[in-house]
Design a protein around this ligand. Structure first.
Ligand code: F6R
Length: 605
């Protein structure tokens, strides 16, 4: 969740590190720090607070052409100046920044203390630093010292290390927490996220788990934890700094919600075939025979990615008539899942680095499962691990809460469902209906965005409620779950999502004038059932905000969105809920893009 940046080259490292850290601030943000090597001495500054506070703490003359920086999201030890990274050994020779969690930190700390090491902080990272500092004295090379020190470590890490005795050299290592190298002109960069690199270079190399790299101004080399050299092929990132700007919007979240007509169009581009009414998905790496052979689809992802997977499962079941279901990857990986040869597994991730999802994919692969990835970040760990898949092409998502990646994932599932369906029983006429529906989505999202003022007024009205219920039936249920998720994570208003049909089996007891309900009521075959549910809520004096394709007397307020094909409607019904959560959060004065306790990509267990 934290951010790492490293630089070695001809320029002063500090301004480059600070700029990179600013780009990573969305990942973790309770403290920040940097260290540079100048001559044979290390200089370090770190503060509790934002990168802007760190920039103020760094003196104008902070020379050094080799350095490492970090933004922290506390795991071991409270946010404080002392617990911020980098961490130094007692002699001020080795500096380390670290993402991830060292599971055996306590045992290692005791051992080191027994050997006379004094610790300054409560962090697991400082343990790493002392381990490396002790090993470097036994060997003449920093990379060897890091490699050997890591052998005694259990846990996850992405690290960057400098040694005052070796100016001009940085060692990085990855195990479960991303590290990307950036290749410049006679300079090298490393970061936990390409966001920190794109201002300087678009040529990048991803490290694999268990891999290390040595960076010098004139290049890099990579090797495994057994000291075997590895060969890496750089690739070009097509996101640039413009993608990371807020584009004049007050918040990234609003920018990302507003981008959806474009991002959905990009997800669809070149993937709809009007001759056969099929989807072109070359990245799946499966021929028609193989595509026909699956008898089940299992979808895994975390949080909003999981909810978009629920929409996906329904699309696949409805269109392709293959049994499909979605499960949180975080649960799936721990329950020793039965992996079947005729099941197609689909992993979803915006970041492509969510540790729980990655671990689930690795478990599946180990058991011989066939895994596709629906991923936004090109070249990310999950994308690399999967057998094939679809990229969202939604551009980087900066705000912590997922919006455009959610809709693009649901759209990708519509394409995948169409693909699976048209090699089975879906007729050309129905294929055409879905293709035309998909093409209408960007324009219809545009129309929904025009409801912004109405939704803002409603959000301000309902935001004062201590708690809200979100309900939907079948296709509406994952929409309700995502609506509740958005509201709670950015406005901190307690929100529960329930299948509308389950209400009378328990949660109806909660309904009263202080617990309004957001009801997802599409014009589908379940409309009458949903209207009955509204009547039941109304009879308990519950206030109702209905999101659907018409107004209803039982509802206090209605947001009417354009109708698409019934199977695709959930995608559109999600958009008003994003705006609702956004305006509720603004009305309550929340930090919309950086909600408390959360970070953008959860690369720890
Ligand atoms: C919610 C949200 C999270 C993520 C989840 C998975 O708005 O952003 O629930 O969806 O942490 O993240 P990715 O998609 O990066 O794997």
């Amino acid at each position: 969740m934290c951010g790492i940046v490293a630089y070695v080259g001809p320029k002063d490292a500090a301004p480059i590190l600070l700029e990179g850290l600013q780009r990573l601030e969305y990942r973790g943000y309770d403290s920040a720090g940097l260290a540079v090597v100048n001559g044979k001495s290390l200089k370090m500054r770190k503060v509790k607070g934002r990168v802007a506070d760190l920039a103020e703490a760094v003196p104008a003359r902070f020379k050094g052409a080799c350095g490492i920086g970090h933004t922290r999201w506390a795991t071991h030890g409270v946010p404080s100046d002392v617990n911020a990274h980098p961490h130094l050994d007692g002699e001020g020779r080795i500096a380390v920044v670290h993402n991830g969690i060292i599971e055996n930190a306590d045992a290692l700390r005791q051992r080191l203390e027994g050997e006379g090491v004094t610790f300054e902080s409560e962090t697991d990272t400082e343990v790493l630093c002392h381990l490396i500092a002790r090993t470097v004295k036994e060997t003449d090379s920093l990379d060897d010292a890091v490699r050997r020190a890591l052998k005694s470590v259990v846990g996850t890490y992405g690290i960057a290390v400098v040694d005052a005795q070796r100016p001009g050299e940085i060692v990085v290592a990855r195990n479960g927490s991303p590290i990307v190298l950036g290749i410049g002109e006679k300079e090298m960069f490393a970061a936990s996220d390409v966001a920190a690199l794109v201002r300087y270079t678009r040529q990048v190399v991803h490290l694999e788990d268990g891999e290390l790299a040595v960076l010098r101004a004139d290049g890099f080399h990579t090797f495994t934890s057994d000291a075997r050299e590895t060969a890496k092929e750089p690739f070009t990132v097509d996101w640039d700094t413009g993608h990371y700007d807020n584009g004049g919007y007050e918040h990234y979240l609003l920018k990302e919600i507003s981008e959806q007509p474009d991002t959905v169009a990009r997800t669809l581009r070149g993937r709809i075939d009007d001759r056969f009414h099929i989807a072109h998905l070359g990245g799946l790496n499966m021929d028609a025979r193989e595509t026909r052979s699956f008898r089940r689809v299992k979808i895994i992802g975390c949080g909003s990615a999981y909810y978009s997977g629920q929409i996906g499962a329904q699309l696949i079941e409805e269109l392709a008539r293959i049994p499909a279901d979605a499960e949180p990857a975080s649960e799936f990986r721990y329950r020793n899942p039965v992996v079947e040869p005729d099941t197609l597994y689909v992993a979803i991730s915006q970041s492509g680095e969510t540790y729980d999802t990655l671990a689930a994919v690795q478990e599946l692969k180990r058991k011989g499962g066939r895994v596709l990835g629906i991923v936004n970040t090109v070249g990310s760990a999950i994308a690399r691990e999967c057998d094939g898949g679809l990229y969202l092409h939604a551009g980087p998502e900066v705000s912590v809460a997922s919006t455009k990646a959610f809709t693009s994932t649901a759209v990708s599932f519509a394409l995948l469902a169409l693909h699976l369906a048209r090699v089975r029983d879906l007729s050309p006429a129905d294929g055409r209906r879905i293709c035309e529906g998909l093409r209408r989505l960007p324009e219809q999202i545009e129309q929904i965005l025009k409801l912004d003022e109405q939704i803002k007024t409603l959000a301000e009205k309902y935001a004062q409620a201590p708690s809200m219920m979100f309900v939907g039936r079948v296709r509406g249920y994952p929409v309700a779950r995502e609506g509740a998720q958005k509201l709670k994570e950015i406005s901190y208003v307690h929100a529960e999502a329930y299948p509308a049909s389950e209400l009378k089996h328990g949660p109806l007891a909660l309904i009263n004038p202080d617990m309004p309900t957001v009801a997802i009521v599409p014009d589908d075959e379940l409309l009458d059932k949903n209207l009955t549910t509204l009547g039941e809520i109304r009879a308990r004096s519950g206030r109702i905000l209905m999101i659907g394709h018409r107004t209803a007397d039982a509802a206090d307020d209605c947001v009417v969105v354009p109708k698409n094909e019934t199977e695709l409607d959930p995608i559109l019904l999600t958009i008003p809920l994003q705006l609702f959560a956004y305006h509720a959060a603004v009305a309550l004065g929340r930090d919309v893009d950086r909600p408390r306790n959360l970070a953008k990509s959860v690369t720890v267990e």
